[in-house]
Design a protein around this ligand. Structure first.
Ligand SMILES: [Zn+2]
Length: 62
């Protein structure tokens, strides 16, 4: 048994074809030229790719 049901996989990495929950791919990096002083980026925790796709709907975990 796993606990993946508690963390819906909402993001898909096009590079390594893995799915991740939002909190694992979201990173805030400093950005001096933005009002917030930082910018949010999505990074794959496995391969480090920025090529992530946010899924519109989350299907049944299988
Ligand atoms: Zn990846």
């Amino acid at each position: 048994m796993t606990t993946t049901a508690l963390t819906p996989l909402t993001h898909h990495c096009r590079n390594c074809d893995a799915h991740h929950p939002r909190h694992q791919v979201r990173q805030c990096i400093p950005a001096e030229n933005t009002p917030e002083g930082e910018v949010e980026v999505l990074v794959c925790p496995i391969c480090g790719s920025y090529d992530l796709e946010q899924l519109q709907e989350v299907g049944h975990a299988q």
